[in-house]
Design a protein around this ligand. Sequence first.
Ligand SMILES: [Zn+2]
Length: 247
Amino acid sequence: MTWPMVAQLPKSTPVVIPIAALEQHGHHMPVFTDSMLLGEVVRRTVAALDDRVLFTPLMWLGNSHHHMDFPGTMSASPRVYLDLLIDLAENMLTHGFQRILLLNGHGGNIVPAQQATFELRQKYRHRSDLLLLSSTYWTLGGEPWTKAPSLQQRRVGHACEYETSMMLRIAPHLVRNHTGAQEMPFGNSFEPAHRAWITKDRTSVGHIGHPSVATAEKGEAIFQTFSQDVIQLIERMIRWDGTSWEG
Ligand SMILES: [Zn+2]
């Protein structure tokens, strides 16, 4: 788009900023996995929503310091990443937009994305017309196993049955011998406390979960489920009446 095209959009147009990562994904998947998978969710979402929503380019750099023991990972440190997200969202507030979604595709970005929108809301506390959201595509309530009953995992791990299936669906030539990858358990959760961890505390090979049972068919079911969740969330942003989030 040209800048006059952006300028002509209604200021109530939701702006979606996709945020992902470049980090290790085990022995069998490329470091660009999170950006590729979120890119596919975004592609399907754009196809459904068309010009009712403004999508920015996907931000490939994420907060992946917990993966830095694995070569190839590139990461913005947590505070740098927080400031980056605040700037990206605030750029669009400066241009007059009122409804912003940080659409996330990487676990390490969840807390920074929530903090970024939290801090912006405090800064713009005098405004009553702002809708500042962050969301991760696999946490919107979708249950892909209802479409693909052979799915064994009931939650997303890392380079796992879910992510490997999705990559097999969009770029099978980039998946290397996933059927030989052993299952890596999720491990002790330390609940109800939140344990600070780095990835090598939990896995020596880099993946967590069960990649060997991944298939492209499961990947298609996962993409359909999660893309539909994202479309429904953004349609609620379009319908937002300025007060209630219901309906
Ligand atoms: Zn991932």
